[in-house]
Design a protein around this ligand. Sequence first.
Ligand code: S3P
Length: 449
Amino acid sequence: MSGQGEPIPMTATRSGPLSGTAEVPGDKSISHRALILGAMAVGETRITGLLEGQDVLDTAKAMRSFGAEVTRHGEGRWSVHGVGVGGFAEPDDVIDCGNSGTGVRLIMGTMATSPITATFTGDASLRKRPMGRVTDPLALFGARAFGRQGGRLPMTVVGAADPVPVRYLVPVPSAQVKSAVLLAGLNAPGQTVVIEREPTRDHSERMLRGFGAELGVEDTAEGRMITLAGQPELRPQSVSVPRDPSSAAFPVCAALIVEGSEILVPGVSQNPTRNGLFTTLVEMGADIGFLNPREEGGEPVADLRVRASALKGIKVPEARAASMIDEYPILAAVAAFAEGTTVMRGVKELRVKESDRIDAMARGLEACGVRVEEEEDMLIVHGMGPGGVPGGATAATHLDHRIAMSFLILGLASKRPVSVDDGSPIATSFPTFESLMTGLGASIARAGR
Ligand code: S3P
């Protein structure tokens, strides 16, 4: 779990050209879901390429607490002996999801339609985040939740003994909420219907189908409507987890802003519900080649060849926000090296991530000498051109892995070094970040080394 040990201050210094191959780890969203659906299937699910970041390890541990047998066989190779839909046992202790909003929200959904009670907690970041967005729809199934003020963890969820199916229009663009409702719907009789106004990442839908659930998707006047037939018998699967585009974003953006760089980032998911950052970077003038497009583990993937590029600021279309929601911090860092202004609107969800990411990026960029404008739902970065960012500051990361990595990437092309107060949360999603980046030639070090 992050945030429980000593903080790890880190510093990035202006670096020479980056080169080589960046093999980023498995996708975090897909890794959580593979463990959870594996636990809901009858028999043995085998997983390769699982992200062994702390968030996912916490979900693996939670699945054991609910009765599944979860075994690590080697790097990224895991198996899950599931207990079947409705087969969850009551955990005999508190479920600690560490830093992971995805972990806690998906697991709450999964247990909410079983006649068991579970208490959830997490680190200081997760304990600040709103859970009402999942417990509201879970109450419609008949589950009850008792948490701290504002629907915060620690929270006890009493699962519905007699769940009823639900029709739910998701009020915020959130794949976690959508997925929590679908996972709860698995153990409700009849059809559970979830409608999302804006499409969000569709890994749950893809994987539920892969495990044998009956699931239909339709575009309607209300939005994207997903219908799930309850109480299926899920068949165990072999899941090959593609590399995480949200992690790939960091070496890709580093190569774009560090003069003379050229790197290859192989096997990156190009799922259209996840690839908004790459589309945006290309619009900004990034030289990215999408080589060898193919399918891996049910997801479209490509090898990305990235060369340092002169970037220009753009207005990022609001409709693209959901497909790049985790990438705004690194986009804000890259935008500082563009010519002109980058406008990011429709991004208020960033305020309830691992940290308030609009505030964290705005304060850190200002400290590094970059002019920004901020509103509840918007961030504007005034680019200073290649090599124009002064740097020379320490950014507060607020237990947020992506804020830490974004400022370290910023430091690789700033005039003066950029530090972060705590790099320890990086291990939640990208435990190999430091070695991978230094292997490409990036100058990133821990304090005192
Ligand atoms: C995720 C959904 C997104 C994203 C998070 C992973 C998922 O959160 O930010 O990192 O795996 O479903 P929201 O559902 O809050 O948008």
